[in-house]
Structures are given as C-alpha cells and as structure tokens.
Write a protein that binds this ligand. Structure first.
Ligand code: HEC
Length: 133
C-alpha cells in the first residue's frame, strides 16, 4: 500500500521541474517546427529546411540579413516576402509563430546554418519547384 502511494508520488514529480534554460536552435526546431518541416527532403507538410536555407543563402549576402528576414517571416508569413512563393501554392501559407524573439532568432540562425556547402544536401533544386506547371 505505502509503496503504491510512494511510487505514484515519485512519478508525479519526476518530469517537468525544468528550469527556463536557454534552448538550442535544434531544440526549438524540434519543439515548434518539426511537426511540419523535415530537415532534409522528403517534405512533411512544408518545404524541408536545407533547401530553404540554400535559398536564403542565395538571396541574402550576410547571415545577419538572412536571419532578420527569417525572424520577420516567422512572425508574420506573407506571400509577398516569401523566398519561395511556390511553396505557398503547394503547402499553403505557414502560420505565424508565437515565440519569444530570442527563440525566433536562435532558430532562425540554426536554419541559416543548415545550408552546409560541404554536404551538398539541398543544393540547387528545392523539391517545391517546378511541380505545378
Ligand atoms: C503548421 C506547419 C508549420 C510550422 C509549425 C512551421 N512551419 Fe515553416 N512553413 C510552413 C509552410 C507550409 C511553409 C511554406 C509556405 C510559406 O512559405 O509560408 C513554411 C515556410 C517556412 C520557411 C520559408 C520562409 C520564406 O521566406 O519563404 C521557413 C524558413 C520556415 N518555414 C521555417 C520554420 C521554422 C523555423 C519554424 C518553427 C519556429 C516553422 N517554420 C514552423 C509550415 C510550418
């Protein structure tokens, strides 16, 4: 009897006494974005991250510009500012992300860093392209 009560107490306590530690970009992505986005193709309900990162690198010269644009997009997705409007045709518009600015910035930097020139992943043709003609 007492054992039961005890174990109930213990399991009730164990998870979730987590302090507000700073999450990494990867963790923020897994928590908030990976429902829709895969990192590399094939896509889930949204374009995969590596081809998107590649487009950001093509469009913006510096990480700072790219990250600024990305943060703005995450807050308020819009087909006029999208770097890949065809993805909207294919997947629909992304919902706005309600996250603290610091987390948006961290995850945006992580997205930017997913275009790794040494890996060759996501280079060139994004999956969302040329499929609706
Ligand atoms: C409910 C599904 C969903 C979630 C959650 C989601 N996205 Fe998206 N995302 C989409 C879809 C759909 C698109 C393609 C259409 C568009 O660009 O709006 C997209 C587009 C994007 C783009 C391309 C933006 C551009 O400039 O065209 C980036 C980058 C991105 N998402 C990153 C993220 C990150 C980072 C998160 C988490 C903080 C996230 N997404 C969460 C569905 C989602």
């Amino acid at each position: 009897m007492s054992v039961c009560i005890l174990s109930g107490l213990v399991s009730g306590f164990s998870p979730s006494i987590m302090s507000a530690k700073t999450l990494s970009g990867q963790e923020i992505f897994t928590k908030n974005c990976s429902v829709c986005h895969s990192v590399a193709p094939p896509p889930k309900n949204a374009p995969p991250i590596t081809p998107l990162a590649f487009r950001y690198h093509q469009r913006f010269k510096t990480k700072k510009e790219g990250v600024n644009h990305l943060v703005a997009y995450l807050k308020s997705p819009n087909k006029n500012t999208s770097i890949d409007p065809q993805a909207i045709t294919r997947f629909g518009l992304m919902p706005a992300m309600v996250l603290p600015d610091a987390e948006l910035r961290t995850v945006a930097e992580w997205v930017w860093d997913q275009d790794n020139p040494n890996m060759g992943v996501g280079r060139g043709i994004g999956r969302g392209r040329g499929m609706n003609q």
